[in-house]
Design a protein. Structure first.
Ligand code: FAD
Length: 275
């Protein structure tokens, strides 16, 4: 389908993008366009103006910042998949990025767009939840930092204010063991359910893809692991507290089953046992 009419402007800086958003409450940022443009074609989104941030210099980077890795919001999935700093310090994020769509999608889509879009079926937000990441956003009042845990507030809804731009993702290092499991109907599909698990000094953290309106943690399974229960017993609790949707891809009960199976596999992998 053809999108509704819109204006287009290319922002040369974050400050300019913030100003353009502040001046027009129906304007939307455009990064890789791989989530927003499909919505516009279906007329599920009809922004008055697209503010293209795709060419802002200095918003695509990966930096080793000691206790965390700083990633610019415009960094493409393909870079995240392959970057040696991310692979060494936040391997779970690289593993999740490698499972996003197909190579064409990974060469266009950005980490900032994936987070800001707020789709619970996206792979990276669940991995970032498991890694206890935080997000730097810039708005008319300056910068603020939002934890991944409090960023997603509902289906396609985030804690971003209308005139704010997500600029940097901060991923703590120190979760050397990880597992990313994704169940999908066909190669390159979105997850029916996904599981992102990381193990570090603070214990095991498990993010769930597509198990509710937002990315979620499998908190009861995590607590069971912390209490020393076997992986199989912890995995049985993986779907507690979730509200997966019913759609053409799966029933809610099948999604709960998948979460239990995938968390079980991920915990075995973290423990170094073949599964
Ligand atoms: P855009 O589409 O440009 O923007 C998305 C939303 O975020 C818009 O509302 C925009 O205004 C906002 N936004 C963008 N950047 C910022 C920013 N810096 N600050 C504030 N707001 C911002 N994803 C998966 O996780 N797993 C998959 O398996 C998968 N498969 C896909 C298959 C296909 C065929 C396609 C087309 C997409 C798929 N995706 C998948 C989505 C893909 O990862 C998207 O690229 C990503 O979700 C959005 O990134 P983007 O840069 O394209 O964002």
């Amino acid at each position: 389908m053809i999108p509704a009419t819109f204006d287009y402007v290319r922002a040369e800086s974050v400050a300019e993008a913030v100003g353009l958003l502040a001046a027009d409450e129906d304007a939307k940022l455009l990064a890789g366009g791989h989530s927003l443009v499909p919505l516009m074609k279906l007329r599920l989104a009809a922004p008055s103006q697209l503010v293209d941030i795709g060419k802002i210099a200095g918003l695509s980077y990966v930096r080793d910042a000691g206790d965390h890795i700083a990633i610019g919001a415009l960094t493409r999935h393909r870079i995240i998949e392959a970057d040696p700093v991310i692979r060494a310090g936040a391997g779970l994020l690289a593993a999740a990025a490698a499972e996003v769509g197909d190579p064409q999608v990974r060469h266009r889509g950005t980490i900032g767009g994936s987070i800001a879009h707020g789709d619970p079926a996206s792979d990276l937000p669940a991995a970032l939840l498991a890694l206890d990441a935080s997000y730097v956003v810039t708005g008319p009042a300056g910068d603020r930092t939002i934890s991944a845990a409090s960023f997603h507030i509902g289906f396609l809804q985030t804690a971003l204010h209308p005139a704010e731009v997500l600029t940097e993702i901060r991923v703590p290092t120190g979760a050397p063991r990880f597992a990313f499991r994704k169940f999908r109907a066909r190669a390159a599909d979105w997850a029916v359910v996904g599981v992102a698990a990381a193990s570090g000094p603070a214990g095991v953290r498990i993010g769930l893809v597509n198990m509710g309106a937002t990315p979620l943690r499998a908190l009861q399974a995590e607590a069971a692991v912390a209490a020393g229960l076997p992986a199989a017993d912890a995995a049985r609790l993986a779907a507690e507290g979730t509200e997966p949707r019913e759609d053409l891809g799966a029933t809610a009960s099948f999604r709960r089953h998948l979460a239990r199976v995938l968390v079980g596999q991920a915990l075995e992998e973290l423990a170094g046992r073949p599964c």
